[in-house]
Design a protein around this ligand. Structure first.
Ligand SMILES: Nc1ncnc2c1ncn2[C@@H]1O[C@H](COP(=O)(O)OP(=O)(O)OP(=O)(O)O)[C@@H](O)[C@H]1O
Ligand code: SF4
Ligand SMILES: [Mg+2]
Length: 327
C-alpha cells in the first residue's frame, strides 16, 4: 500500500480473564482477539464484520486503549499506544474517538446538548470560554442540527438527533480517527441513511478515518473502502470492498455473504444460499488450528492442527485459509 498508514496494528491480542461456576471458583480465559494485524489508511473507512461475539468491538476498544491489550502493538504517529498509561494516553485521546450504538451511554441526561458538545472543547483546551458558544453552534450545524438545539436535553430529542449529538461530541475534539461501533444499528432505516450520509460528508470535510463496525452487510457495502471479516477473535479475510463482495476467498466470508439477499430478483432466485452448520464455538476454548474448521464445508486434516498463515492471496487481498494460496 502506497500511503503510510494512520494506524498500524500488529499481532494484537486481547484475552479477558473471567471466573466461572456458581461461586466463581473456576478461572477461564476468553480469547476475544488473537493475533490481529492490519493497517488503517488515512481517509478510509475500514469495516469489520462477523457474527456476534467475534471480537469486533474488542478490536475497536483495544485499538483505542480503552481495553488494555494482552500483547501486540497499536502504532499511531510512531507511538505504541498499548505501552502508554492513561496519563500519557491523554494527548492521543483527542485524535481517537468512538461513537456507540446507544448515544444514551455517552450523553449525560442532565447535560444540555450545548454542554455535552462543548465539554470536550473545554477539556482539551481547544477554545477559550468566550468562543465556546460559537464553536458549539458550528459543531451542531456540522452535524445537521439547528444551533438552538444547544439548550435542549437528550430526552427531548429523537434517536437520530441524539446520535447526531454523540457525533458532534466526538467531532468536538477535531479527531483523526473514529470507531463507529454499531453507530447506526439501533436507528430506523430512513434515519440510518441520514446518519450514514452525515458520516460520509464529515469524512470528506475533515479527512476522517473510520473503523466501522456493523452487522448490516448492505450498509457495509455502501460505506466501506475496505472490509475485514472476523471469526472467533481472528481476522479471516481483509480486502477492498469490491474484491471482498465480488470475489470472496475465505469459506467463512462466502457463507456470510451468501446470507445477504440480492437486490436483483433474477439473481436472488438463482443464487445458492450456504447455511453454516452448528453454532460458533466458545471463545473460552476456541478450536485448534483454523478456528473455523468445525463449521467449514471444505475443512482438511491440516486445518485441525495448523493455524493458517495470514497471507496476501492477491495484491491487497489478505486471507487466512489453507485452501487459498498466497502470492
Ligand atoms: N469485558 C469483558 N469481559 C469478558 N469477556 C468479554 C468482555 N468483553 C467482551 N467479551 C467477550 O469477548 C468476545 C468478543 O466480544 P465483542 O464484544 O468484541 O464481540 P462483537 O463482535 O463486538 O459482538 P457483537 O456483534 O455482539 O457486538 C465475546 O465472547 C464476549 O463475550
Ligand atoms: S483453513 Fe481449512 S477449515 Fe479453515 S477456512 Fe480454510 S479450508 Fe476451512
Ligand atoms: Mg460489538
Amino acid at each position: 500500500m502506497a500511503a503510510e498508514p494512520l494506524l498500524k496494528i500488529e499481532n494484537l491480542v486481547k484475552h479477558f480473564h473471567v471466573r466461572l461456576g456458581a461461586f466463581g471458583e473456576r478461572a477461564a480465559t476468553v480469547h476475544a482477539l488473537d493475533d490481529v494485524s492490519l493497517d488503517i489508511v488515512e481517509g478510509e473507512t475500514l469495516s469489520l464484520v462477523g457474527e456476534s461475539g467475534c471480537g469486533k468491538s474488542t478490536t475497536g476498544f483495544t485499538i483505542l486503549n480503552l481495553h488494555r491489550a494482552t500483547s501486540g502493538k497499536v502504532l499511531y504517529k510512531g507511538q505504541d499506544l498499548t505501552a502508554l498509561d492513561e496519563k500519557r494516553m491523554r494527548r492521543f485521546r483527542r485524535d481517537l474517538q468512538i461513537v456507540f450504538q446507544d448515544p444514551y451511554s455517552t450523553l449525560n441526561p442532565r447535560m444540555t446538548v450545548g454542554e455535552a458538545s462543548g465539554e470536550p472543547i473545554l477539556f482539551h483546551n481547544l477554545a477559550p470560554k468566550a468562543e465556546l458558544e460559537a464553536k458549539v453552534a458550528a459543531l451542531l450545524t456540522d452535524v445537521g442540527l439547528p444551533p438552538r438545539f444547544a439548550s435542549r436535553y437528550p430526552h427531548e430529542l429523537s434517536g437520530g438527533q441524539r446520535q447526531r449529538v454523540a457525533i458532534a461530541r466526538a467531532l468536538a475534539c477535531q479527531p483523526k480517527f473514529i470507531v463507529c461501533d454499531e453507530a447506526i444499528s439501533a436507528l430506523d432505516v430512513s434515519i440510518q441513511a441520514q446518519i450514514i450520509n452525515l458520516l460520509l460528508d464529515l469524512q470528506e470535510k475533515y479527512r476522517l478515518t473510520y473503523l466501522f463496525i456493523a452487522h448490516d452487510l448492505a450498509v457495509v457495502r455502501h460505506i466501506s473502502t475496505r472490509v475485514g471479516v472476523m471469526y472467533l477473535g481472528r481476522l479471516a479475510e481483509l480486502a477492498s470492498r469490491d474484491a471482498l463482495f465480488e470475489t470472496p476467498l475465505h469459506p467463512y466470508t462466502k457463507a456470510l455473504l451468501s446470507a445477504v439477499p440480492e437486490t436483483d430478483p433474477e439473481h436472488e432466485r438463482s443464487r445458492k444460499r450456504q447455511i453454516l452448520e452448528g453454532d460458533v464455538p466458545s471463545p473460552l476454548a476456541p478450536p485448534s488450528g483454523c478456528r473455523f474448521h468445525t463449521r467449514c464445508p471444505i475443512a482438511m486434516e491440516v486445518c485441525r492442527r495448523v493455524v493458517p498463515k495470514w497471507k496476501e492471496a492477491r495484491p491487497g487481498h489478505l486471507v487466512a485459509c489453507h485452501a487459498v494460496n498466497g502470492e
